[in-house]
Design a protein around this ligand. Structure first.
Ligand SMILES: Cc1cc2nc3c(=O)[nH]c(=O)nc-3n(C[C@H](O)[C@H](O)[C@H](O)COP(=O)(O)O)c2cc1C
Length: 200
């Protein structure tokens, strides 16, 4: 039985609130691609919106601009090498017939439920986003905004609307890039309590 569950769009921002590295997947016609991005964040609850930095040098940018959509896939410890690799090579075909990054790495994409975008198997959460055209932000800051139109997560690690990082699900912990292919894992969590006002 699949452990992939739909996530309420009201909770979609929580999927990337803690700053994980994401894989940006995209498709236009028969072309498809994915790349790593450490720079993404939620920017609005309702409707859920996100921002991600997609450099001008990337093939991903070409496909996102052509299609008006992208997906954020959250890789985990189990696919750390894939996350690093797709962030270290371009999917832009150098020659006709070159295989894309999905085929190159033996990935059979899942189909996004809202937009049909190629989603990366082995990840622990997925969001499909419709591009919100902001030409100035795109050109000046390489920042792309999207409205989240579908959200899904693996219930082994995202439980009742929030992440549940535990010792017994360490393989599915998200990745936080420190540089040069070194990633931190969110292996410890702490529950905060509201401070009571000090009596004077
Ligand atoms: C861990 C990691 C994080 C990255 N973060 C970003 C990012 O936030 N924005 C970006 O434009 N490129 C980022 N990159 C670089 C792209 O993933 C890289 O340029 C990729 O090869 C582009 O692929 P493409 O040309 O197939 O689109 C990152 C790379 C790695 C390894």
């Amino acid at each position: 039985m699949s452990s992939i569950q739909a996530v309420d769009l009201a909770h979609a921002g929580r999927l990337i609130n803690h700053g994980p590295t994401v894989l940006v997947s995209s498709a236009h016609g028969a072309r498809r691609n994915l790349m790593a991005a450490a720079w993404s964040m939620p920017v609005e609850f309702t409707p859920p919106r996100v921002a991600v930095v997609i450099d001008k040098s990337t093939y991903t940018r070409e496909l996102v601009l052509a299609s008006g959509a992208f997906a954020l896939n959250l890789p985990c410890r189990a696919v750390v090498d894939l996350a690093y690799t797709v962030g270290s090579e371009t999917g832009k075909p150098a020659h006709e017939g070159d295989s894309d990054k999905f085929s190159r790495h033996g990935l059979v994409p899942l189909r996004g439920p809202a937009l049909g975008l190629p989603l990366v198997p082995g990840c622990v959460a997925w969001m499909e986003c419709r591009l919100i055209e902001e030409p100035h932000a795109q050109q000046a800051y390489d920042t792309f905004f999207g409205e989240v139109v579908s959200a899904q997560a693996d219930e082994r690690v995202f439980v009742r609307g929030r992440w549940s990082f535990r010792d017994d699900n360490a393989e599915w912990h998200t990745l936080h890039h420190l540089g040069g292919g070194l990633f931190a894992l969110p292996s410890r969590t702490v529950q905060a309590e509201r401070l009571k006002p000090v009596r004077t």
